[in-house]
Design a protein around this ligand. Sequence first.
Ligand SMILES: C[S@@+](CC[C@H](N)C(=O)[O-])C[C@H]1O[C@@H](n2cnc3c(N)ncnc32)[C@H](O)[C@@H]1O
Length: 250
Amino acid sequence: MSGTDRGAKALPPTAATSSEAKGAAPGKIDFDDYSADYDELLRESTKLYAEDSEYFARYKVDLIRDAARGPIRRVLEYGCGTGRNIGYLQAAFPDARIVGTDVSAASLQVAAANNPKAEFEVEGEGLELGAFDLIFVASVFHHILPAERAAVMATLARRLAQGGSINVFEHNPFNPVTRRIVSTCPFDADAILLKPAELRSLLRHAGLHLQRQTYCLFVPPRLSWFLPVEKFLGWLPLGGQYWVSAGHAG
Ligand SMILES: C[S@@+](CC[C@H](N)C(=O)[O-])C[C@H]1O[C@@H](n2cnc3c(N)ncnc32)[C@H](O)[C@@H]1O
């Protein structure tokens, strides 16, 4: 389904759209309930770090664009939510077909309305999308129950083309500022943060070979003079987030 096929507005939260009414695990966040005010909540919870919450999307997409090798014809953002990264992915990979998926249909409605050239699909068993040269996953795994993470990673490995790369960004549990932001953000109420070692292990168990692990988002954008130094600090477990990439062998 393309962005142009979808309605423009997400539904407001109702009892019928609440997570438990849909059979989700107790306490699990249903992002349908946050689709209308996701941007505002994100802005509120991260404003001490960056006044412009778009900064995070730009920053991460810039990193993967600069690291990308070979032709990138198909890009998947898994767990794209309201599509905050999609426009940046389109700008970074202008010749690629961009597909966003998520379990939250209401979030995808917002994403599709804002990104009419991208395609969006609701995640679920049996969703077949073919293979992608680049898979981007930002701030999703900490919302997936630990017992379900391996199955999700296996799905992503199946969707990764030979020669392609999967790029996962996660909150850094070693960073106290990150932990504070997570603890005050309403849609992070179900967050179970992963250490980089867990993410590496998930990638390896899915049969993938690690290409990179680097910490990122060290300093707020207002300290722009420091930003060029960040790329030398990837080893230091103090960044606000970390980035791990992997691909198939060979
Ligand atoms: C914090 S939001 C991040 C959205 C987007 N990646 C971004 O960076 O703006 C987490 C998203 O993960 C989605 N999500 C949670 N569990 C998922 C799963 N098992 N499969 C796909 N998406 C999932 C949620 O619905 C939500 O849209």
